[in-house]
Structures are given as structure tokens and as C-alpha cells.
Ligand binder design. Structure first.
Ligand code: FES
Length: 146
């Protein structure tokens, strides 16, 4: 009987987590696929996040470009050192890299962390798909090492 009483409480506690996981759905961005070039650009996209208590609007950002094979790459801007935001090509001494101003972390264009800078892992990668000519992004995940 105790278990019977406990289950609804456990479900209530776990539900928001399950919903967050289910949010692995693809979110529309304002970026047209045809506008994506080899130069990384910042793409902001918004979605509504609902937990057990309230709904909020969340804005996320991706750095998006096409690699040399024409494949779309969408990288998380969240630095893998301590979570600051990285920018593209803002460090004049190291052009064409992602740069984190907090502790001078650097990443190559494909998101690989540059050795001997603070980040110890590559930038997370968003899965993507195309719908009606627009870029849709899923939930950013750590890059799988080859
Ligand atoms: S948070 Fe990016 S280098 Fe430290």
C-alpha cells in the first residue's frame, strides 16, 4: 500500500525530467538552409519549455556553417571549460577559430578544443534537419570522439 501511495509522488517528481528529455524534438530556427555558407554565423532560436509549474520561453544559440563537403555543422556556443559563450573569429591573434574571452579558450572551426588552452573537450554539436527550407535544431550533445 505504501508503494501505491509513493508511485504518484515519484511520478510527479520525475515528470519534469522526462518532459525535458522528450524535448529532444527539433526546434525551428529563423535560418534558411540556402543562406548557410562556409562562414560560421550565429543563429538564435526560441522555444517554449514547460515544466510541472510554469512555461517559459528559452533562447538558445548555435554557430552554424557548411563544411567543405557541404554538410551542415551546428555547434553549441557554450565553452566546455566553465560555460562562457564562445564567439567566432574574435581573437585577432588566432583568426578563424572560436574564442572564449573568459580564459582565452580556443576551438578550431570544427569545434575541436585547441591543446594547451583551458577547454578539455570539443564544443557540443546540435543534430539538425531541414524542413520547408529552414534549419531545425535538436538538443546539443557532446561530440563523439572518432
Ligand atoms: S569558460 Fe571558456 S575558457 Fe574558461
Amino acid at each position: 500500500m505504501a508503494a501505491g501511495m509513493l508511485m504518484p509522488m515519484v511520478r510527479f517528481a520525475v515528470d519534469p525530467v522526462l518532459k525535458a528529455e522528450a524535448g529532444g524534438d527539433f526546434i525551428p530556427t529563423p535560418k534558411k538552409m540556402s543562406e548557410i555558407t562556409k562562414e560560421p554565423v550565429r543563429v538564435d532560436f526560441k522555444f517554449k519549455q514547460k515544466d510541472a509549474w510554469y512555461e517559459s520561453e528559452v533562447t538558445e544559440t548555435a554557430w552554424v556553417y557548411k563544411d567543405d563537403n557541404g554538410k551542415i555543422i551546428a555547434l553549441s556556443p557554450v565553452c566546455k571549460h566553465l560555460g562562457c559563450t564562445v564567439n567566432w573569429n574574435t581573437d585577432k591573434e588566432h583568426p578563424n577559430q572560436f574564442f572564449c574571452p573568459c580564459h582565452y579558450g580556443r576551438y578550431t572551426k570544427d569545434g575541436t578544443n585547441v591543446p594547451n588552452t583551458p577547454p578539455l573537450a570539443p564544443l557540443d554539436v546540435y543534430p539538425y534537419k531541414e524542413k520547408d527550407g529552414y534549419l531545425y535544431l535538436g538538443k546539443a550533445k557532446p561530440r563523439k570522439e572518432a
